[in-house]
Design a protein around this ligand. Structure first.
Ligand SMILES: CC(C)(COP(=O)(O)OP(=O)(O)OC[C@H]1O[C@@H](n2cnc3c(N)ncnc32)[C@H](O)[C@@H]1OP(=O)(O)O)[C@@H](O)C(=O)NCCC(=O)NCCS
Length: 182
């Protein structure tokens, strides 16, 4: 993969606009990542201080600069208020390069299908623009909502790939099961 293989600073779905994060989003990055409910299954992602959110924003921005994609801020078309974040990050799974699908929304936005809609758009974008890297999601076994979102995005369970993660054992979902045949 070339380092800036594809650039998609804005994606659109029927209700949502996904855009590259800006420095002005640090406050909402902190608000979502300091909400105990939003990090209940992934406490290693929790933030408490503004400086931590600034550093996280800088990491996200560096990934955008390097690869031309990353985590998007998710908003409704008709309102500027940020609902949450959804995107992909290059990492490794069992020694193979993968794109890890991420989503985290403010609890006030849950239950309206926004995460599933955003995750489906990101998965379709990755399949079209970064097809050489397999897309996966790592989900904590008790995180039923996240499992539903992975399925909404078209991913399926790959039990033979399950592995330890930062917060304990992760269930693995994959977008292209044929790439991971046992
Ligand atoms: C996971 C998360 C993004 C889902 O957001 P959401 O906007 O409520 O998701 P959606 O409205 O698109 O709902 C997705 C599905 O999950 C289901 N769902 C929502 N909450 C649920 C719960 N507590 N238990 C079981 N199912 C649940 C919905 O009914 C829906 O099911 P469907 O696809 O059959 O219609 C949100 O809960 C969140 O931000 N959680 C904290 C961060 C997190 O855990 N991220 C994942 C890390 S791997």
């Amino acid at each position: 993969m070339s380092e800036r293989s594809a650039c998609a600073e804005e994606l659109k779905t029927s209700r949502l606009r996904l855009r590259r994060p800006l420095a002005a989003d640090v406050d909402v990055i902190l608000a979502v990542h300091s909400d105990p409910e939003a990090c209940a299954h992934n406490p290693s992602d929790a933030l408490t201080r503004h400086e931590e959110a600034e550093e996280l924003y800088r990491r996200w921005d560096r990934q955008w600069e390097r690869h031309g994609y990353g985590y998007w801020v998710v908003e409704r078309h008709d309102r500027a208020r940020q609902l949450g974040f959804c995107g992909i990050k290059p990492m490794e799974l069992h020694g193979e390069p993968v794109l890890n699908l991420f989503y985290r929304f403010a609890p006030s936005a849950w239950g309206q299908g926004f995460a599933g809609e955003a995750a489906a758009a990101v998965t379709a974008w990755a399949a079209a623009h970064v097809p050489e890297i397999a897309l996966i999601a790592r989900v904590r076994p008790a995180n039923a909502a996240s499992q539903r979102v992975a399925r909404r995005a078209g991913l399926s369970r790959a039990t033979h790939l399950d592995t330890e993660g930062y917060d304990g054992f992760d269930w693995i979902y994959v977008a292209q099961p044929e790439r991971w045949a046992r």
